[in-house]
Ligand binder design. Structure first.
Ligand SMILES: Nc1ncnc2c1ncn2[C@@H]1O[C@H](COP(=O)(O)OP(=O)(O)OP(=O)(O)O)[C@@H](O)[C@H]1O
Ligand SMILES: [Mg+2]
Length: 259
């Protein structure tokens, strides 16, 4: 059965895209068929997998606005089991485009667009933008669960409270089946006391829902992005890669126990 997972947190720079790319890649290395949907007009997941968003003929924008079937926007990546739906700046004009078309409450656009490909994949990951606007709502409406990266730093908990409140609203109004896949501690530095403190707070509040795997701060991760590759491919034995493989196995365990 396919599992659609949003990677979301409205706080910027917490490791959403890094997690989207590397968890997708790790699961694809473990033999799962994965689709990564870049759902951020920054196009970072697109660039991180070596595609140039501006030169993409078709993107997620064209698919969710119903101009083309999403199948036409899917790109195969260098990784055998990993496909990508790219995004670029055009996605930032979604609100004004929908207004000009007189579309009311456009919250099911992504869910509808994914319908025709859902069954072709074991996992579909949605890399959300750093906001809780229309795009994130569409992502959460389309998802079975949400994975929330939490960077161990100031104001981490405020961001967590905001996303939890959005999740509750979506569960109530549009997607009662939406689950929390888990909180993921990212860019962890063992010797930084603030890091340990945030980690303890998250585990204290959400013990059952926090992944055992912690993603360490690791230089190979940005290096891999600069090469247009997942770190799990670029340097499979780097600390960051091992952590994303461990996370992939935890996600697989979730699927197996919940199946
Ligand atoms: N574990 C890590 N170790 C070192 N650097 C990391 C790690 N995780 C992420 N980074 C770096 O931190 C920066 C922010 O990460 P990323 O782009 O994944 O965050 P994001 O939440 O997607 O940001 P945005 O909110 O802008 O979409 C990037 O430069 C990325 O390479
Ligand atoms: Mg991002």
């Amino acid at each position: 059965m396919t599992r659609v997972i949003s990677i979301a947190n409205q706080k910027g720079g917490v490791g959403k895209t890094t997690t989207a790319i590397n968890l997708s890649s790790a699961l694809s290395h473990l033999g799962k068929k994965v689709l990564l949907v870049d759902f951020d007009s920054q196009g970072n997941a697109t660039r991180g997998l070596n595609f140039e968003g501006t030169s993409m003929p078709l993107t997620i924008f064209d698919a969710i606005t119903g101009q083309v079937d999403i199948r036409l926007a899917i790109q195969s990546t260098k990784e055998a089991n990993l496909d990508l739906v790219p995004a670029n700046l055009k996605l930032a004009s979604l609100d004004s485009y929908l207004q000009s078309q007189g579309v009311d409450k456009p919250f099911f656009l992504l869910k509808n667009a994914l319908q025709s490909v859902r069954e072709n994949y074991d996992f579909i990951f949605i890399d959300c933008p750093p906001s809780l606007g229309l795009l994130s709502i569409n992502a959460l409406v389309a998802s079975d669960s949400v994975l929330i990266p939490v960077q161990c730093e100031y104001f981490a908990m405020e961001a967590v409270a905001a996303i939890l409140s959005t999740i509750s609203k979506i569960q109530k109004d549009y997607n009662p089946n939406l689950k929390i896949e888990g909180f993921l501690l990212t860019m962890y530095e063992q010797n930084a006391s603030l890091c340990t403190e945030v980690a303890q707070q998250v585990r204290g509040l959400f013990k059952e829902n926090t992944f055992l795997t912690v993603i360490p701060r690791n230089i190979s991760i940005p290096e891999a992005s600069a090469h247009g590759e997942a770190v799990t491919t670029y340097r499979p034995t780097a600390k960051g890669s091992l952590a994303y493989f461990a996370l992939a196995r935890e996600v697989l365990d979730h699927v197996e126990t919940k199946a």
